[in-house]
Design a protein around this ligand. Structure first.
Ligand SMILES: [Zn+2]
Length: 246
């Protein structure tokens, strides 16, 4: 069993040889960067005792349509009050993209962490809290407009309730986005999985598209499926990325 630094060196070599690396970023990255993660069990319990509904119920399309006031109370107070920190690990991803090593990132993060770090080719499967718009006229709204609006945020022009830029529970991911993301994975010679297990739904969605050489896993928790990876490094993925590039 090699130590942590040996594994970092090993990952460096993999990246050096790689011509087309694609990153899959799980939701754990969001919480590790300080964002609220309603899928996290502890956060989820707090929310349920506060609102009387589970986060999954509140964050659903039907709840948004039927109880918009409660939806937006939750959304403003518990989802977008904390947008997380752009950590050195995220900046390391940007550096790798700039060097032409990391070709794209496919993520379930809704806080645009990779984009905010400067990464350009990011597939945000569940959208972003930064991309809000009016479903009627299509006008776009910055996040601070939503944050500062008293009550249910409405379009300045037509008065229609704004739609947050994220997919709600029970909504399908945009098919063309999925197809484009899958094409990226098909081209990859290295797949870098960060912040989720190889059994997560994110990996499940794309693993069949991957025909490359190296499957690398960076995750803080062990899982029985880890041995399928060519290289596993345990720890917070963004801490690992920082150690890799420094
Ligand atoms: Zn409008």
């Amino acid at each position: 069993m090699e130590g942590y630094m040996e594994r970092i060196q090993w990952l460096k070599k993999i990246i050096e040889k790689s011509q087309y690396m694609v990153g899959l970023m799980g939701v754990k990255i969001s919480s590790q960067c300080g964002c609220t993660n309603y899928r996290d069990e502890e956060d989820s319990y707090d929310i349920e005792s506060k609102y009387g509904y589970s986060p999954d119920e509140i964050f659903s399309a039907s709840f948004y349509n039927v109880r918009p006031a409660q939806f937006y109370e939750f959304y403003k107070r518990d989802m977008i009050s904390n947008l997380g920190e752009i950590s050195p690990g995220l900046m390391a991803l940007q550096k790798l993209e700039e060097q032409g090593k990391l070709k794209s990132i496919i993520t379930r993060d809704i806080f645009s962490l990779a984009r905010r770090a400067g990464c350009k080719n990011v597939y945000e499967l569940h959208g972003s809290v930064f991309d809000n718009r009016c479903p009627h006229c299509g006008r776009k709204y910055q996040i601070d407009y939503i944050q500062n609006f008293r009550g249910v945020p409405k379009c300045e022009k037509c008065g229609v309730m704004l739609r947050p830029g994220v997919s709600l529970v029970g909504e399908m991911v945009d098919n063309s986005l999925l197809t484009r993301a899958a094409t990226e994975v098909q081209k990859a010679d290295t797949l870098l999985v960060m912040g989720c297990s190889l059994k997560s739904s994110l990996v499940n969605t794309f693993i069949h598209d991957f025909n490359g050489e190296k499957l690398v896993l960076l995750n803080s928790e062990e899982h029985f499926a880890d041995k399928k990876a060519d290289l596993v490094i345990y720890g917070k993925p963004m801490d690992i990325m920082k150690d890799l590039v420094v």
